[in-house]
Design a binder for this molecule. Structure first.
Ligand code: XIL
Length: 362
């Protein structure tokens, strides 16, 4: 139901009430004129991904849109420890299985997210001493990675292990800290043993540019590589904050230092919330298009950058519709994703296409 409409820069934004509300006018491109993202991505040798909750697969329009536009898929929550093994040794694979089956039917690569993370961790695993936690981590990684052996191309093995702020240390408050800093090495070795064909990633946020956290992530990956730990890539979450974000040049240079280590680069959770961007809705959407185009171009400029995943499908699905997360990016609504609440492509989609189409032929 359309409750309200406000005239903005000559076009009407219909607001059906929430941050992810459907909208027309500035926030929509004529879909029929656009090339599917995955087709443009394939021509540039890059995967284009979305994150999804399995319940969304019951909607035929969602299935059709995902299959048309994307060739990489990440479960938004359903492979996290608290969802997949809420009680010790009791695994819930159904939701993940549905996503993996859908991906298989549509030629979509799966990214598994995530094995070892301080957040969304099962209650039973919090506060364990070193030995039982090590046993739990071993069973968890064997159980989950083993279940989808050969079907999940990439795993985010360890997520967000580095502390925020200037320390450059691992998070002291992580339940995994009792294992010592080499819990990361152990997790990668376990995942590799469980599925030697999977590409294994370290994934984190606010490591995209310069600074203590970015350098700590790089030092960690370098140490792991040099120690012969089976790490194959670095995941940059890329939850953009347009109020302060590294330039695309700085991001590209950061990508290059990981490429020099021999690691793959994936943008794993991109979204571009624009609530706090100055200007009217057209200006905000243009800024979103520009930021996204330039970041995709940074990926396209670095051979080792193999894919770009957006953290949700439509503005109505975004985690920023939850006030807890939304306020991290200033006042909403944030319209952070590629498709509007009516599942129509937004101006940002043409920015992604523009950057992909500039890639040298593969
Ligand atoms: C988010 C999900 O989108 C939300 O639904 C959930 O409530 C919290 O987690 N970094 C990550 C993702 O690695 O797993 C997070 O996903 C977003 C931040």
């Amino acid at each position: 139901m359309v409750l309200a409409g406000s005239a903005v820069a000559g076009c009407i934004i219909h607001d059906s009430g929430g941050a992810g509300s459907s909208s027309v006018g500035a926030n929509q491109l004529p879909a029929s004129t656009l090339r599917p993202l995955r087709q443009a991505g394939a021509a540039a040798n890059r995967r284009i991904g979305t994150a999804l909750m399995s319940a969304r697969l019951s909607n035929a329009k969602v299935r059709a849109l995902v299959a048309r536009e994307f060739d990489s898929l990440t479960p938004e929550n359903e492979m996290k420890w608290e969802s997949i093994e809420p009680q010790a040794g009791r695994f819930n694979f159904e939701a993940g299985d549905r996503l993996v089956a859908f991906a298989g039917e549509n030629g979509i690569r799966m990214r598994g997210h995530t094995l070892v993370w301080h957040s969304q961790l099962a209650l039973f695993a919090k506060g364990l001493k070193a030995d039982p936690l090590r046993a739990a981590m071993t069973r968890h990684i064997n159980g989950v990675v083993g279940h989808w052996k050969g079907k999940i191309a990439q795993w985010d093995v360890v997520n967000e292990a580095i502390a925020d702020g200037p320390s450059g240390e691992l998070r002291p408050d992580s339940p995994f800290a009792v294992l010592g800093p080499t819990f990361i090495d152990e997790a990668f070795r376990l995942a590799h043993a469980a599925d030697p064909s999977a590409q294994l990633f370290y994934n984190d946020y606010e490591i995209e540019g310069e600074g203590a956290k970015a350098d700590a992530a790089f030092a960690l990956c370098k140490r792991l590589k040099e120690a012969g730990v089976p790490i194959h890539g670095i995941g940059f979450q890329m939850h953009v904050d347009p109020r302060h974000w590294p330039s695309a040049d700085v991001i590209r240079r950061n990508f290059e230092r990981y490429a020099a280590l021999g690691l793959l680069i994936e943008i794993t959770e991109m979204d571009i919330p624009i609530g706090a961007v100055p200007g009217n809705i057209d200006e905000k959407l243009q800024r979103q298009r520009e930021i996204t185009r330039d970041i995709v171009a940074a990926c396209v400029a670095v051979d080792k950058c193999s894919g770009i995943t957006f953290w949700g499908l439509t503005d109505s699905d975004s985690w920023y519709n939850d006030a807890r997360w939304s306020q991290l990016r200033g006042k909403g609504p944030h319209y952070p994703l590629l498709f509007n609440g009516d599942m129509q492509p937004k101006p940002v989609v043409s920015g992604v296409l523009e950057a992909l189409e500039k890639a040298p032929p593969k």
